[in-house]
Design a protein around this ligand. Structure first.
Ligand code: FAD
Ligand code: UDP
Length: 387
């Protein structure tokens, strides 16, 4: 049993998502540190949390999470805590009630326009329609330059407006550049070398990661309630960075989502794990059917509708130049805050996938380990991580 009164913690870590859990695991198992990990939600796992619902179906509370990475190091690291179910994600977009592959590929074009193009034919087709903005700066520019206006309007304009609450021209190009265009029939959503789902779910992966005598976990706990009660040498914060500093420079926009989870008395609802709804005629952006992700067999099926909104838990940093300027102020302040380190999607205001958060957290762990060898360099090293 962990004796809380025995001695101070080396680290208080705020947030039990991928950032907090990886750092807790590494600091405890890799460096023998004593770690107190707290989360204000009633569970570990952050946004990757999954659970068996009342019908006994494994679902993701905060929307579909598919693991994918090109980094062998990250794959190997997480494989210490889970075995995997091979899974390649496929998504269809509902365009005027027709279900078409997204990312746009040869099948999308041939089906949508009733053509019979080859790959070369599709390249010519796109080249004839592509628009060349002076510079490719925004989420709109990227798509117009790749596929032209009709496909932009059908697949991206409405979806992006719903997802982010602004026009694609007000968002960085990195947002829609996440989605490739393919001139072959490859209909996988991701092209990464490693694509899989944790065999027993994400929550089990987190449980395995945190199963260490040096790690104490407290859920349902906002760190502000306990920060003065438990002595600790260092703090790692993975929540929203503006909140940490009491919104000193104003609020950083984070986009939220509302999830409607439904269980149906039929074994299957839709033909793929995810169907996207770019049209602004419906408020939701996508419907996920979880059994495709998990491979579970069940007479019923569970789905979730995702509707973006401004209020609620922060899920997405909103990448645009204005927000980058505001974040920079917080980043500078964070770098000057002694004894506190910032990691993860909300604290570093980066639209990161899970593998990127794991990579960032492992990098921070390396830096912290180095610090223990040369404490005099504390602030200098911290600056270099933040930069
Ligand atoms: P989080 O998971 O957000 O964890 C931060 C934690 O900090 C939260 O649990 C929060 O409760 C806690 N916290 C905040 N403030 C406090 C406080 N004051 N006190 C205590 N606790 C606090 N990535 C992929 O790779 N593949 C996908 O398919 C994918 N799908 C996604 C789908 C959706 C709908 C969303 C929103 C994200 C998706 N992601 C996906 C991204 C993925 O969720 C993130 O990269 C990852 O979960 C971020 O981990 P994190 O630890 O940085 O943040
Ligand atoms: N996007 C779109 N239509 C789609 C799929 C994606 O317009 O059918 C745009 C949208 O702006 C979205 C971005 O591409 O936010 C990135 O999509 P991704 O599926 O990576 O989003 P996430 O899974 O992170 O929500």
């Amino acid at each position: 049993m962990f004796n809380l009164a025995a001695k101070p913690f080396d680290y208080l870590i705020v947030g039990a998502g991928f950032a907090g859990a990886v750092l807790a695991e590494r600091l405890a198992a890799g460096s023998g540190k004593r770690v107190l990990l707290v989360d204000r939600r009633p569970h570990i796992g952050g946004n990757a949390y999954d659970y068996y619902n009342d019908a006994g179906i494994l679902v993701h509370r905060y929307g579909p999470h598919i693991f994918h990475t090109n980094a062998e190091r990250i794959w190997k690291y997480l494989s210490r805590f889970t075995t995997w179910r091979p899974y390649e994600h496929r998504v269809l977009a509902n365009i005027n009630s027709k279900l078409l592959p997204i990312p746009i590929n040869l099948t999308t074009i041939n089906t949508l326009y009733k053509l019979n193009l080859s790959s070369e034919g599709m390249q010519v087709f796109l080249a004839q329609r592509a628009e060349e903005p002076e510079t490719i700066r925004t989420a709109k520019d990227v798509v117009l330059a790749a596929v032209g206006r009709d496909l932009y309007e059908k697949f991206f304009e409405g979806y992006t407006r719903k997802q982010w609450g602004v026009d694609p021209s007000k968002l960085d190009k990195s947002v829609t550049a996440r989605i490739p265009t393919r001139t072959n029939t490859d209909d996988r959503y991701f092209g990464d070398t490693y694509q899989a789902m944790p065999k027993c779910g994400y929550t089990r992966l987190f449980e395995n990661m945190l199963d260490h005598p040096n790690i104490k976990v407290m859920v349902n706990t906002d760190y502000r309630e306990i920060v003065k009660s438990f002595r600790h040498d260092r703090l790692i914060y993975t929540g929203p960075v503006d909140e940490f500093f009491d919104y000193r420079f104003g609020r950083l926009p984070y986009r939220s989502l509302s999830f409607r989870h439904v269980t149906l008395d039929r074994p299957q609802f839709q033909p793929t794990a995810v169907v996207n709804y770019p049209s602004t005629d419906v408020p939701y952006t996508r419907i996920t059917e979880y059994k495709y992700l998990t491979g579970q067999t069940h007479d019923q099926t569970s789905i979730s509708y995702e509707t973006p909104c401004d209020e609620g838990d922060p899920y997405y940093p909103v990448p645009n130049p204005e927000n980058a300027v505001l974040y920079k102020k917080y980043e500078t302040l964070a770098a000057k805050t002694p004894g506190v380190w910032f990691a993860g999607r909300l604290a570093t205001y980066r639209y990161y996938n899970m593998d990127q958060v794991v990579a960032q957290s492992l990098a921070l762990y390396s830096q912290l380990s180095e610090l223990d060898g040369s404490l005099a360099q504390d602030e200098r090293t911290k600056q270099s991580i933040v930069a």
